[in-house]
Ligand binder design. Structure first.
Ligand code: NAD
Length: 254
């Protein structure tokens, strides 16, 4: 895979899975721009050689401004990776706070809508552009105690499949990635919240999370970065409108 001369934007690309994706594209020759809501993470990314800016994907005005910055910095855009997504509240639905529910949708699905809407004029300027949206195994399966997250990630798949039809004639491919539980601080926090909800020791819930994949292990951020690069590459030129699972075969979520 060669991304020389390709321009890539990764949202929430200064940490976690987004940083692994940004680094992968950079290593494959792309010009990469990352954005994140966390100024410290953005500064760290800049120190490590990535072009980066602070931006909140859930704020349409900030996203519009971001695309102007990307146009100025990269001179256009070939690949948009909509990676930003928050875990949302944990608990039975009737206990969930409406504000926390809405905030989950504001980032996980409205953020992707704003980014795609304002990136499209740039993506249409090139040839064979690509959009990669981060969904989740929870965008394919139900996840007890995480209704806001799961519903928002199913919405990502609906958006992906619809846009693949709308944008296919413009040769813009749109795919989603559905990761299983990915090793890192985010999954540690998710496990802690689930342990509290179920009143179980964290070690026991951690074991459940490791074993929800048929391979009996967590997914690595690098695995998601590899799929993002493949999905955006010419090797996947006829892969469109797919929800690509990278979950070691996960059939039930805890
Ligand atoms: P993370 O919680 O580690 O967060 C990554 C970054 O997102 C942080 O730097 C944070 O500052 C940034 N961010 C949060 N809100 C933002 C906003 N409104 N605008 C811009 N940036 C924002 O996340 P992660 O684990 O790296 O997950 C990345 C994506 O993968 C998410 O969409 C997530 O839902 C999805 N995913 C993660 C897992 C997992 O196990 N970690 C599993 C399946 C899917």
């Amino acid at each position: 895979m060669d991304f020389t001369a390709k321009r890539v934007l990764v949202t929430a690309g200064a940490n976690g899975i987004g940083l692994a994706i940004a680094t992968k594209f950079k290593d494959l020759g792309a010009s990469v721009f990352v954005t994140d809501i966390d100024p410290d993470a953005v500064e760290k990314a800049q120190v490590n050689g990535l072009s980066a800016a602070v931006s909140d994907v859930s704020d349409e005005a900030q996203v519009r401004e971001l695309m102007d910055t990307v146009a100025a910095e990269l001179g256009g855009l070939d690949v948009l990776v909509n990676n930003a997504g928050i875990a949302g509240p944990t608990g039975p639905l009737e206990t969930l706070d409406a504000g926390a529910w809405k905030a989950t949708f504001d980032v996980n699905i409205h953020g992707q809508f704003y980014c795609i809407k304002h990136a499209l004029p740039l993506l249409r300027q090139g040839t064979d552009a690509s959009i990669v949206n981060l969904s989740s195994a929870a965008g394919r399966l139900g996840m007890a105690g995480r209704s806001a997250y799961s519903a928002s990630k199913w919405a990502v798949v609906g958006l992906t499949k619809t846009l693949a039809i709308e944008l296919g004639p413009d040769r813009i491919r749109v795919n989603a990635i559905c990761p299983g539980a990915v090793n890192g601080p985010r999954i540690d926090a998710v496990i802690a919240a689930k342990a509290q909800m179920l009143d179980l020791p964290e070690e026991q819930v951690s074991e459940l999370y490791h074993n929800q994949s048929s391979l009996g292990r967590l997914i690595e951020a690098e695995d998601i970065a590899n799929m993002a690069a493949f999905a955006a590459s010419d090797l996947a030129r006829n892969v469109n409108g797919q929800a690509l699972a990278v979950d070691g075969n996960t059939e039930k979520l805890y």
